[in-house]
Design a protein. Structure first.
Ligand SMILES: Nc1ncnc2c1ncn2[C@@H]1O[C@H](COP(=O)(O)OP(=O)(O)OP(=O)(O)O)[C@@H](O)[C@H]1O
Ligand SMILES: [Mg+2]
Length: 214
């Protein structure tokens, strides 16, 4: 599902990542670990096509991303990838329902409305559909973010410290939902985390040390 060959990301003179070479089979559930500054977020941004590598080759869901323009990369982001951020990254003056509608609107998907409300109900937010996300608790916001990330049935779910800003009990419940949802979709799941509890729940492991895999 993901093939990276000699992938490198530098910011000016600073090499944040690489070269790293690895492949991840479809449906794997992987913890991405390593201490602060080791390159986890940098790697997830490349895998999520939020940023482009300085050098190396990256294949996502059978598509070689090298040399693709912004329009093609945003189609990969929209269609193949669901991204969950530590601080939710929702539109705070839209409702929970509207936030989950965003990918359906972008995709021009006609059946978005029933799917968005069904997803939010499945994630335990039936009573929060029409609340502004800025008014929701952290755990509720992260469940909205999970619903938005999986709205279009991505093949790859990337999460950057998805429980990092939640208390441990709420974080565990959110992690349950992420794993259940990824399993139901048959999606590949990669979770960057500092949490031993989260790491223990994911069978695969990638560990970075100073930008290199170890
Ligand atoms: N936009 C940027 N400009 C310059 N340097 C950057 C940029 N983004 C990341 N870096 C550097 O790249 C290295 C890796 O950072 P990254 O954010 O990927 O680490 P991380 O493993 O996600 O850390 P944390 O666990 O703290 O989130 C760090 O040295 C960081 O300072
Ligand atoms: Mg990070």
């Amino acid at each position: 599902m993901i093939i990276a060959e000699n992938l490198v990301k530098s910011f000016g003179d600073t090499r944040a990542l690489g070269p790293v070479t690895f492949s991840i089979p479809a449906g794997s559930h992987i913890a991405l670990t390593g201490r602060s500054g080791s390159g986890k977020s940098t790697l997830l941004s490349l895998l999520g096509c939020l940023d482009t590598p300085t050098s190396g080759r990256l294949e996502i869901a059978g598509i070689n991303t090298a040399g693709l323009g912004d329009a093609a990369l945003s189609q990969i982001r929209l269609r193949q990838i669901g991204f969950i951020h530590q601080f939710f990254d929702l539109v705070s003056d839209l409702t929970a329902f509207e936030n989950v509608m965003v990918p359906f609107w972008l995709a021009g998907e006609p059946l978005g409305e029933p799917k968005a409300s069904e997803l939010l109900k499945k994630l335990g937010l039936a009573h929060r559909l029409n609340h502004l996300t800025g008014d929701l608790s952290g755990g509720e916001q992260q469940r909205v973010a999970v619903a938005r990330a999986v709205a279009l049935g991505p093949k790859i779910i990337l999460a950057d410290e998805p429980t990092g800003s939640l208390d441990s009990r709420t974080g565990a419940a959110v992690m349950d939902l992420i794993i259940e949802t990824a399993t139901a979709l048959g999606a590949t799941l990669i979770v960057a985390t500092h949490s031993p509890e989260v790491t223990a729940r994911l069978p695969g492991k990638l560990t970075l040390l100073d930008g290199a895999l170890c």
